[in-house]
Design a protein. Structure first.
Length: 281
């Protein structure tokens, strides 16, 4: 063991392990600092109707913007935030900022629909989750009907019975729920029909090859049909070209997000984007 070699324990690690460890520490410190200074940034990606290409809602996506270092994406810091427990504070700052922006936009008559916010596993199982969310909504003056929370299959299938209770509580407050990244987890259909959700978001993985592989296209067709039979809205994630949009529309998928329409945008850029009529036709 490294320890037995006294002061030379660093020899135990090779260069890449070292680099990873250093990077992790840097990101963790930057996250802590951003949380302390309330510098967590929220970007917004529009959700559009595949029938009219009109804006129908939006999703909030967190960014860690370090002056001088650049932007760090969630794939790097969300797992770390989960492990360290910082995700709770981060999630609340994201929700607060989102409610604040949304309240402004609703007041100005700029946005319609709901704003979707991603919930992490740790947030979801907090015993007082509903009260915490309702408190933030109240303090930021946003009515719950403007909020949708996105939860992944993995999170709800951890303890489905408990998840149903939590989701029902949120629903009863007027908050809508979406099942995110659908198809990548392991939802049981028996539970799916019992989950009090309003929206199913088809993971980008199925959209990517929707015009290439018959299997992917058939899969999407089945998911859309099933969702509609259950009275759910369907949103396709990660639409990057018009051919994908056309196929999704043909398969009766009514909503989509993706770079074809817009990348996640800063609040200013988002407002500018939705202020001009739909430009892709
Ligand atoms: P998600 O909830 O499935 O969000 C969709 C991701 O796909 C976002 O990545 C978005 O920027 C990206 N995306 C959207 N359209 C396209 C496209 O056309 N092409 C490609 N290649 N990507 C597209 P992002 O922002 O990096 O977030 C990654 C994941 O991190 C999210 O996946 C979500 O699970 C998590 N996340 C983001 N913000 C939050 C947050 O505030 N709280 C929590 N707990 N998780 C978050
Ligand atoms: Mg999402
Ligand atoms: Mg998500
Ligand atoms: Mg997703």
């Amino acid at each position: 063991h490294a320890k037995n070699r006294g002061g030379h324990s660093y020899q135990f690690f090779n260069d890449s392990m070292n680099k990873n460890a250093v990077r992790r520490l840097q990101v963790e410190n930057q996250l802590r600092q951003a949380l302390r200074n309330k510098h967590i940034q929220v970007m917004y990606q529009p959700k559009v109707s595949l029938r009219t290409y009109e804006f129908v809602g939006l999703e909030a996506l967190v960014r860690l913007n370090i002056p001088g270092t650049g932007v760090i994406n969630p794939s790097e810091f969300i797992p770390l935030a989960e492990e360290t427990g910082l995700i709770i504070e981060m999630g609340e700052q994201v929700l607060r900022q989102t409610c604040r922006d949304m309240c402004q936009w609703v007041k100005q008559g700029m946005v319609q629909g709901r704003v979707a916010v991603n919930l992490s596993a740790k947030q979801f199982i907090q015993p007082d989750l509903t009260q915490r969310i309702m408190t933030i909504l109240r303090e930021e003056n946003l009515s719950p009907e403007y909020l949708e929370l996105e939860i992944t299959e993995g999170v709800v299938m951890e303890d489905p019975e408990r998840a149903i209770e939590i989701m029902t509580e949120l629903n009863n407050c007027g908050i809508h729920l979406a099942l995110d990244d659908f198809g990548t987890g392991y939802s049981s259909l028996a539970y799916l029909k019992r989950f009090p959700i309003q929206t199913l978001k088809i993971d980008k993985a199925f959209v990517d090859d929707i015009n290439g592989a018959d299997r992917d296209r058939n899969m999407v067709a089945s998911i859309v049909a099933m969702a509609h039979n259950m009275g759910l809205d369907v949103v396709a994630e990660g639409v990057v070209n018009t051919a994908q949009a056309a196929t999704l529309s043909r398969l009766s998928c009514e909503f989509a997000q993706g770079y074809l329409f817009a990348e996640p945008l800063s609040s200013d850029a988002f407002l500018a984007h939705i202020s001009v009529p739909a430009s892709i036709h």
